[in-house]
Design a protein around this ligand. Structure first.
Ligand code: HEM
Length: 454
């Protein structure tokens, strides 16, 4: 095996690349990939990391040699403080077993039953937007989408109306993600047990979320008539060998994971989609025409295959603004990628954001061009070049769910409204755990009819 050391920026003497990457991760990593190539070596304090950005290397880490790349990274350790040992953060046998149990909740037949719920919830947002359109008052679309997707995940996976809790839960989640992200990039992370103001606030936000989730579980345990959803599946599952059922802690971790992983990402994807459509009005009009032409009545699952532009718009938004913008792994055994040595105990990361903007793969990478994902062209994208949902065994379990949800929400809302960015608001991506708009996304809701295109 080669011992060749990959090239990379030197960074500062003690902290290496930590300060620069912390200050401006997207630009720094993009530049490093352009300057040093597909395998870039970086040091973050005492930790050695490699950024892999060639499609073959990405496939190697996430798919072909996935067993060698675990989740013992600082990022996942921080996420574990919130999510415990749920599907996203667990490893080994316990992950495999839970994935097996949860998988049927995401099968195609099950998804069909969720479509109506999604359209109904999107319809509620549309009704509220009708009033907003009349007043012209701007609305934070990022927040609107978070509320909508939280409600959808509550209804479909936990059969629960979380509308009343949405603001409380949403606020707590936002804070926890923000805090976890800060801790991740700190050089010295004070133990969670110290009663610092930050730690106390973190503990409080976690208690809020825990309270909601524990209540949902307790209610479900008591229920004589249980709905057929993910929570019931988890509750009634038992270990094939020991017959053991999931404990309350395991259920809590899984429910919390689905709560978080299942709404924040999709909300961001939709917010960025609206942003891009607002900046490309002719595409926005083309999308509206498709919806007018293809939809009879409300959007439904069976109509989705006809909505090819709707789907391509979402695929392209996920290329430019992949909500899970960075995927990190810990290296178990020495390996070799692209002719370079990858030592055991180091960290490897792949970034959809960086790979999705590589000019060697994508023509005019910064251009918003849904045509790249037109049905006849989508298959030409090389493996490892486009992975908003990750790849391999740890690929997103909710990918089909998310795509269906995004299409149905976009179709429902865009058919009735277009959204204009509020002028003068500086909009930039905030690459924390997910890629969200840093200061929200204020937009004005406009009815199409008022613009003579009905
Ligand atoms: C646009 C929306 C979404 C995006 C971009 C996204 C992205 C991702 C990515 C990149 C991963 C892999 C992480 C890794 O390899 O370390 C992942 C995993 C996961 N996602 Fe998603 N996701 C989305 C929506 C959803 C939804 C709707 C759900 C659930 C309803 C969900 C649940 C999960 C879970 C449970 C995992 C862990 C799977 C495992 O390791 O077995 N995600 N997601």
């Amino acid at each position: 095996m080669t011992r060749a050391i990959a090239p990379g920026p030197r960074g500062q003497l003690l902290l290496g690349m930590l300060p620069v990457v912390r200050r401006d991760p997207l630009r720094t990593l993009h530049r490093a990939a352009m300057q040093f190539g597909d395998v870039v070596r970086m040091r973050f304090g005492v930790v050695t990391a490699h950024m892999i950005s060639g499609p073959e290397g990405v496939q190697h880490v996430l798919v072909e040699n996935a067993r060698n790349y675990g989740k013992q990274t600082r990022g996942f350790l921080k996420l574990r403080e919130i999510l415990g040992n749920g599907l996203l953060t667990a490893e080994g046998e316990s992950w495999r077993r839970h994935r097996r149990i949860a998988q049927p909740a995401f099968h195609r037949q099950r998804l069909a039953s969720f479509a109506d719920t999604i359209v109904r919830e999107a319809g509620r947002t549309a009704d509220r937007w009708t009033e907003l359109a009349a007043t012209g008052e701007p609305v934070d679309v990022a927040r609107e989408m978070a509320r909508l997707t939280l409600q959808v995940i509550g209804r479909t996976m936990l059969s629960r109306d979380v509308a009343l809790e949405a603001d409380r839960v949403g606020g707590a989640l936002t804070y926890l993600l923000h805090a976890a992200n800060l801790r991740m990039s700190r050089i010295l992370d004070l133990p969670q047990s110290l009663p610092t103001p930050g730690n106390l606030r973190f503990a409080r936000a976690l208690r809020t979320l825990d309270g909601v989730v524990q209540e949902i579980i307790a209610e479900r345990r008591r229920a004589a008539d249980r709905p057929e959803d993910l929570l019931t599946m988890l509750l009634e599952s038992s270990d094939e060998e020991t017959g053991e059922r999931m404990s309350d802690t395991q259920l809590r971790d899984e429910a919390m994971t689905i709560f978080l992983a299942g709404h924040e990402t999709t909300a961001n994807a939709l917010a960025w989609t609206f942003y891009l459509l607002s900046r490309h009005p002719s595409l926005g009009r083309a999308l509206r025409l498709e919806l007018e032409r293809e939809l009879t009545g409300k959007p439904s699952l069976s109509q989705l295959p006809q909505l090819t532009l709707t789907r391509a718009v979402i695929d392209e938004a996920l290329r430019l603004y992949p909500p899970a913008w960075l995927i990190s792994r810990s290296v178990t055994q020495d390996d070799e990628i692209g002719g370079f040595h990858i030592p055991a105990g180091s960290i490897v990361f792949v970034s959809p954001f960086i790979v999705h903007r590589d000019p060697r793969i994508w023509e005019n990478p910064e251009g918003f061009d849904p045509d790249r994902f037109a049905p006849e062209r989508a298959a030409t994208v090389p493996r490892g070049a486009y992975f908003p949902f990750g790849a391999g065994p740890r690929q997103c379990i909710g990918a089909s769910f998310a795509l269906m949800e995004a299409q149905l929400v976009l179709a429902t809302l865009w058919r009735r409204f277009r959204l204009d960015l509020v002028p003068g608001h500086s909009l930039e991506p905030d690459p924390s755990i997910t890629l969200r708009p840093r200061h929200g996304m204020p937009m004005t809701v406009r009815r199409w009819a008022g613009y003579g295109s009905d």
